[in-house]
Ligand binder design. Structure first.
Ligand code: FAD
Length: 459
């Protein structure tokens, strides 16, 4: 096991730390290279796409580059919720895109969760997967009122049985948090260890013959005679098809002004407790291991790990004035607020120690809707806007992008987020920063209004 403090100081997630020793693949050697398909970014999106392209067409050479070790991106540091939430909220999707597209999006997400579960089961992946179900809980009557409306909308657009509405009392039988007023339970969801999973995806992609190079950063990109020409520090690669799967880093790639302004990085933070004693588990009575999100705008997410701890994230976000730095992964203030919130939720854990803390970056766009787009013709494909709900989404997106790479007009490739109308972020650091801070302020104001009557500690 690596040294705990050193791992935290080196910006490793708990999952990376817990994984232990990992041998990264060698970086791409200097020189000129040619490939049919080049994928930039080896998270869930990139690795799934590479695997699926090779699986469908073994004649294609597929190369994958990641600037870091696999597991460094959001795919190795998330909460591990294999969940069906699309974008930020179904109501927001409905407002912007209408009911039919919201229904299609929800169906895509249910398919995505199943896709991940099926893959893990079929390949017997060591991803610590459990199909636990998920609760969305309300702490106040106002939140419960809004939750009921969300439940009505979700029930209207999904198959019967996809969601259940529980009273506070009923929910408290499953988890002993005295503040719960009501909950939605969604049985068809699960949890996994994100770092183990993304590294399992690496193994599967390599098994299919994809060539993966870690610590290989793309620093330049251009078009020459119909091909993409990609530059690393030491090499030049000509690719017939290019997939940009760099998620929250996409604005940093020198692509086109369109893609530079399509998304912005937003930081989210997590803590994990020391293992709970049998007595503590008994007192909080969180028996069935279902994952939990609250019904706040700046949502908290929490779950149990296989090593008997609780991990919690969210509650506040981080926004960097100079978003090219990508350096806001430490946030003592948010970590402290998470600890307070955990102890407020579970008074029986008042003296539990926090074992590990980390942060990570999600890709957010103006209309809070995932996007798969093209630069120029269909030979350069990018995916952005996971909005922090991308464990299942980005893996099915990887499958979808494989269809686009292979020029297949499948049902998946017709999903409406492909080549959709996207709203660009305001140009320039100042406007961008002010814009995201404004949205954060609005979300905070809604939480303040809905929680005005509760004794919940403010973040
Ligand atoms: C703390 C946290 C908690 C989250 N919790 C959940 C959750 O519980 N459930 C859920 O559904 N979603 C969650 N998410 C979101 C989810 O993790 C992401 O949507 C998903 O992992 C994105 O996968 P990806 O492959 O698109 O991107 P990433 O996993 O971010 O991969 C992008 C990769 O691109 C690489 N890269 C960047 N620039 C370059 C370059 N120039 N050259 C080469 N490589 C480059 C990076 O190193 C990185 O590995 C969370 C995210 C975070 C940060």
């Amino acid at each position: 096991m690596p040294d705990l403090n050193e791992a935290m100081m080196n910006n490793h997630s708990f999952w990376q730390y817990k994984y232990g020793d990992y041998s990264a693949n060698a970086a791409l050697p200097p020189g000129s290279h040619e490939t049919d398909v080049l994928v930039i970014g080896a998270g869930y999106t990139g690795l799934t796409c590479a695997r699926e392209v090779r699986k469908d067409d073994h004649t294609k050479r597929v190369m994958v580059f990641d600037a870091n070790e696999i597991g460094f991106g959001a795919s190795g540091r998330n909460g591990g919720f294999n969940m069906t939430l699309f974008g930020i909220e179904p109501e927001v999707t409905m407002l912007r895109w209408g009911k039919e597209k919201t229904r299609e999006a929800q169906s895509y997400m249910q398919k995505a969760v199943q896709y991940v579960k099926d893959l893990i089961e079929a390949e017997k992946l060591d991803s610590d997967y459990q199909h636990t179900g998920m609760l969305r809980i309300a702490y106040t009557n106002k939140q419960a009122h809004r939750l009921k409306k969300t439940y009505a909308l979700l029930s209207d657009i999904t198959k019967p049985g996809s969601f259940e509405y529980w009273s506070g009392k009923e929910t408290q039988k499953r988890v002993n948090c005295p503040h719960i007023k009501a909950a939605i339970f969604e049985p068809g969801t699960g949890i996994l260890d994100p770092c183990k999973h993304v590294r399992s995806l690496k193994m599967l992609a390599e098994r299919e013959g994809a060539e993966i190079f870690e610590n290989t950063r793309v620093i330049g990109l251009s078009r020459q005679s119909g091909a993409s020409v990609v530059q690393t520090d030491v090499a030049t690669i000509r690719a017939k098809k290019l997939v940009i799967a760099t998620n929250a880093w996409t604005h940093k790639l020198k692509t086109s002004p369109k893609v530079a302004n399509v998304q912005a990085p937003v930081w989210t933070y997590q803590i994990v407790t020391a293992p709970l004693t049998p007595e503590q588990w008994k007192r909080i009575n969180w028996k069935e291991r279902m994952s939990i999100e609250d019904n706040r705008q700046l949502v908290h997410y929490m779950r149990i790990t296989t090593c008997g701890r609780i991990t919690m994230g969210g509650g506040s976000i981080g926004v960097e004035y100079n978003d090219r730095k990508m350096a806001l992964w430490k946030n003592e203030k948010v970590w402290r607020a998470l600890e307070r919130h955990l102890k407020w939720m579970f008074p029986a854990l008042a003296d539990i120690d926090i074992h590990y803390k980390w942060g990570g970056c999600i890709s957010a766009n103006v209309d809070m809707t995932p996007e798969i787009g093209f630069i120029g013709d269909s030979n350069i494909i990018y995916a952005t806007g996971c909005i922090g709900h991308g464990v299942s989404l980005t893996q099915l997106n990887g499958r979808l992008i494989a269809d686009l790479v292979l020029g297949r007009e499948t049902g998946l490739a017709k999903f409406w987020i492909v080549n959709r109308r996207a709203i660009p972020l305001p140009p320039g650091k100042m406007l961008r920063f002010a814009g995201i801070k404004f949205i954060e302020g609005v979300l905070n104001a809604v939480d303040w209004y809905e929680e005005g009557g509760s004794k919940k500690p403010r973040n």
